[in-house]
Design a protein around this ligand. Structure first.
Ligand SMILES: [Fe+2]
Ligand SMILES: [Fe+2]
Length: 174
């Protein structure tokens, strides 16, 4: 597999991951009663949909078509499990209590960990830069896009910390 092919698959799988994570944030935001927490979760959901779109755009520059089903091999089984879990959250229909939300937020922190460690590393920005220099001039713009995504991921972790203190405050009163 050539470098461009590998990267194309990597970003394609990243797009799938972001999309499933986005849907789970979105659904949980609709199921919590605390309005402030709901809007903060919605904020992360919107960013994550945006990231999925960025990865899809990047992928179109690298390959004409990508086969699905290889993400386990490319991204690792832990990430596949995370995607399955995110899908379960996205399918949720009943209300989420604040104390349950606390454990969901811990799972969400794991997603953010994958997002910033597994694929949104400075390394990938560098690889894209390298590819841009050698083969694909168009990719230069994506280096900037990836940097924005990385910045967003740092913010997501901060927002989750913020939400946790909000939950702690809320549950202290009751
Ligand atoms: Fe993201
Ligand atoms: Fe994120």
């Amino acid at each position: 597999m050539g470098t461009a092919d590998y990267l194309a698959k990597y970003f394609y799988c990243s797009a799938i991951f972001e999309e499933e994570v986005a849907k789970s944030y979105q659904k949980i935001s609709e199921k919590v009663s605390d309005k402030e927490v709901a809007y903060l979760l919605e904020y992360i959901a919107k960013d994550s949909f945006k990231h999925a779109a960025a990865f899809k755009a990047l992928t179109t520059n690298l390959a004409n078509q990508i086969e699905c089903g290889e993400c386990g091999k490319i991204m690792g089984e832990a990430l596949v499990k995370a995607v399955e879990e995110a899908r379960r959250y996205a399918a949720r229909e009943d209300a989420v209590t604040l104390s349950e939300l606390r454990s969901i937020i811990i799972q969400f922190e794991n997603y953010e960990g994958y997002a910033s460690e597994e694929y949104l590393t400075v390394l990938y920005v560098e690889v894209v830069k390298l590819l841009a220099n050698e083969y694909y001039a168009d990719l230069k713009n994506y280096k900037t896009l990836l940097e924005w995504v990385i910045e967003d991921e740092k913010r997501h972790t901060q927002i989750l910390t913020f939400i946790k203190s909000r939950i702690a405050e809320q549950t202290k009163d009751t």
